[in-house]
Each structure stands twice: as C-alpha cells, then as structure tokens.
Design a protein around this ligand. Structure first.
Ligand SMILES: C[S@@+](CC[C@H](N)C(=O)[O-])C[C@H]1O[C@@H](n2cnc3c(N)ncnc32)[C@H](O)[C@@H]1O
Length: 188
C-alpha cells in the first residue's frame, strides 16, 4: 500500500507500485561484495528492500547511510531497518552527507533510483555526483527494469554509464520481479 500511495502522488520519483523482490535485492547486494567495503551509500531505499540485505552483509566497521527524497519512505525505511542511518535528502547531496561523516569519498554506491524516468539533465547531474563521490576503483550498482531499455531515457542512461565508467557489467535478468529487472555493476 505504501508504494501505491506514493506512486499515485509522485509517479516519476517513485516509479514502482511494489518494492523490489528479495531475489533482486539479494542480487544487487551480493554483487557489491560489501565485506570489502569501508563506506557504502544507498540511494532511494523506498521501504528498505535493499537496506535489509545491506545490513546483513556490510562490515560493522564500515560507514553506511541512505539518502531518500520522500519523507514517507524515510519513515518506512527507518521503521523496517532501525539500524540504518537514513537521511531525508536527495541523491544530489552525497557529498554533503559524506562531509557530515568527515569523508570525501566512498567505495560503494547502491541505487534503487528510477533512472529510466529521469530527464537528461537529472540523469547527468546525479551520475556526475555519484562518479565524483566514488574513489578510484569504487563500485556503483543500480537496478534497471528491462522495460526501461525500450525507451529513450533508459537507453540514454545505459550510454551515459558506458561513457563514464571504466567497466559496466549487466547481470542476468530477475524475471520474478514485478517489473523484470537486472543490475548494472559499474567500476570507476
Ligand atoms: C523504484 S523506488 C525503489 C525503492 C527500493 N530501492 C526498492 O527497490 O524497492 C525509487 C526510490 O527512489 C527514491 N528517489 C527518487 N528520486 C530520488 C532522489 N533524487 N534522491 C533520493 N531518492 C530518490 C524514491 O522516493 C523511491 O523511494
């Protein structure tokens, strides 16, 4: 219900009527190899589907926090994942929140952002921020829905990733997700 209500209020930002499936959540988090990471940021946790899996795998010594633009989802992720630090903030503010924790860069960013619904400028701005915030060799992982690849914004996003990152890998498709999806795993 949470997702449907937020989707009706703001379809472009929310982009989904249900949370990602456990299989897709496990895929993105397994790919991130979190035991090796020292600073992990999640963008757009929604109700905390990825957050739960991240908390299971992230090292206790690592810094981990989430940035979520929708206040209702902030409350929901905090409720579902009481051990997570969740800021009510845009993904554009990564640097600001890294500074709050006396850091300038991180080594892993996991995103549930709806890139295929974002316009060109927002895609470029957010991706620039993400790239700048990652240390050399750091990983950026994001979900994508296969339906997005049929339309210009999703195709543009794929091209932007290839232009920016040293390596871009597409995982297998999780067909059991309400919108079948996969993960882009990019390395700076
Ligand atoms: C498709 S939902 C994914 C939620 C969750 N990661 C999942 O897979 O179930 C997209 C999420 O991104 C959030 N979001 C959209 N634009 C954002 C932005 N600029 N900064 C931070 N969060 C954003 C939405 O509020 C929503 O929670």
């Amino acid at each position: 219900m949470k997702f449907i209500r937020q989707f009706l209020r703001n379809p472009v930002e929310t982009a989904a009527v249900v949370a990602s499936s456990k299989r897709l959540s496990q895929l993105i988090v397994d790919r991130a190899e979190l035991h090796q990471k020292r600073c992990v940021i999640e963008l757009g946790p929604g109700t905390g589907a990825f957050t739960k899996e991240i908390l299971k795998q992230v090292s206790p010594e690592a810094l981990f926090f989430c940035l979520e633009i929708n206040q209702e989802f902030v409350i929901e992720t905090r409720r579902n994942c009481p051990n997570a630090i969740v800021y009510h903030a845009s993904a554009a503010d990564i640097k600001k929140y890294l500074n709050v924790h006396d850091r300038h860069t991180c080594d892993c960013i996991i995103s549930g952002l709806p890139w295929a619904l974002f316009g060109k400028e927002l895609q470029e701005e957010l991706l620039e921020n993400i790239y700048d915030s990652l240390e050399q060799g750091g990983s950026f992982l994001t979900i994508a829905h296969i339906s997005g690849l049929l339309f210009p914004p999703g195709i543009r996003f794929h091209k932007l990733l290839n232009k920016k990152f040293n390596r871009v890998h597409k995982t297998e498709i999780i067909w059991g997700n309400v919108l079948p999806g996969f993960v882009y795993h990019c390395v700076k």
